[in-house]
Design a binder for this molecule. Structure first.
Ligand code: PEP
Ligand code: MN
Length: 340
């Protein structure tokens, strides 16, 4: 932490700040400048924050030096990118591209098995499908619940694809743990901190989606909640954020991918479906995600999107998935990655 004094700060005021800092046991360095004095406090930023130094006479501002996210940071312990194996697929590390595909929501056995077969044939790495859905309206279809997980398990049995499904609420943790290979935390729950801790304790890889209005700093601090439970397998997902632009459903923040690659060791994937909310934009955004260095994508696919109970307009046609996957894989190959 750096405490910047006002230009008019008296020597006694500087000494009072130093004395207050020393009560926390941090190492204090006073740096007189031409105009103002800065006081460096090395160690325990949380302890320094709790001192409330902003309120002391002569203090102009308190500036954090170290990053707010710790375990997710590539600065501290982890300088190398994290790599995990999920059902034999490699996620992260720069040599593979993870293609997660499937329906937004499990609607029926036939629908899910149909999509699972199509995405498997097209080269998908994992199968997505929601059993418990976060819906804006309480009157919309909220998923089949636990029976959907049995359908997903059957699809996994048949195709060999690991299952990615959302943990919407802590009360479902047991059943999600039983069936999921990857536990998705949806955008709306990115800051439900108690749920992040529950997910962290399940001991399964967690796919953490960026909140609709969350900064990247907040995303990485949310990842810290999962990581601090001893769960090292966290996959971050950029899925579009709220901006002034309303032409697309959300604005896909492609800049987030190279930024995250600089600041975290965790794998980063992109959801090109929920950002635009429009099937016609999904393939260009998926190609762009691969081109900016994403470790994969998670994309929605349906055999009959017009009849889908959720997110039909953004779902790719299952019949076109093979061509889509080949195009995205070609872009990933430009960065030396092959499909996981
Ligand atoms: C989903 O993946 O179907 C979903 C609801 O995503 P998000 O949480 O990003 O809106
Ligand atoms: Mn969806």
């Amino acid at each position: 932490m750096m405490i910047v004094m006002t230009p008019a700060a008296a020597q006694e005021q500087i000494q009072a700040v130093v004395a207050r800092l020393e009560t926390t046991g941090v190492h204090v360095v006073v740096m007189p400048g031409e105009l103002t004095t800065a006081i460096g406090a090395i160690g325990d930023p949380e302890g320094v924050r709790e001192l409330g130094l902003e309120g002391m006479p002569g203090v102009d501002r308190v500036v954090p030096i170290s990053r707010s996210y710790k375990l997710a940071s590539s600065e501290l312990s982890h300088h190398e990118p994290s790599v995990f194996q999920i059902g034999g697929r490699t996620v992260g590390g720069g040599s593979t591209f993870c293609l997660i595909a499937g329906p937004c929501t499990v609607e029926s056995r036939e629908q899910t098995l149909g999509v699972a077969r199509a995405v498997k044939a097209g080269g998908a790495s994992m199968l997505r499908g929601g059993a418990f859905k976060p819906r804006t309206s309480p009157f919309a279809f909220k998923g089949l619940g636990a029976p959907a997980l049995e359908i997903l398990a059957e699809a996994r049995e048949e195709t060999g694809l690991p299952i990615v499904t959302e943990l919407l609420d802590a009360q479902h943790a047991g059943v999600i743990e039983e069936y999921a290979d990857v536990v998705q935390i949806g955008a709306r729950n990115m800051q439900t901190y108690a749920l992040l801790e529950v997910a962290g304790k399940l001991g399964k890889p967690v796919l953490l989606k960026r909140g609709l209005s969350s900064s990247l700093d907040e995303l990485l601090q949310a990842a810290d909640y999962v990581l601090k439970e001893g769960n090292e397998a966290v996959i971050l997902c950029e899925r579009g954020i709220r901006t002034f632009e309303t032409a697309t459903r959300f604005t896909l923040d492609l800049g987030a991918i190279p930024w995250l690659k600089l600041h975290t060791h965790l794998p980063v994937i992109v959801d090109p479906s929920h950002a635009p909310g429009d099937r016609r934009l999904v393939e260009p955004l998926a190609r762009a995600a691969a081109a900016v260095g994403a470790d994969g994508i998670i994309v929605e696919v349906h055999e009959d999107p017009e009849a889908a109970l959720c997110d039909g307009p953004q779902s790719l046609y299952a019949s076109q998935f093979g061509a889509f996957a080949a195009s995205v894989a070609a872009h990933a190959a430009l960065l030396g990655k092959r499909l996981a």
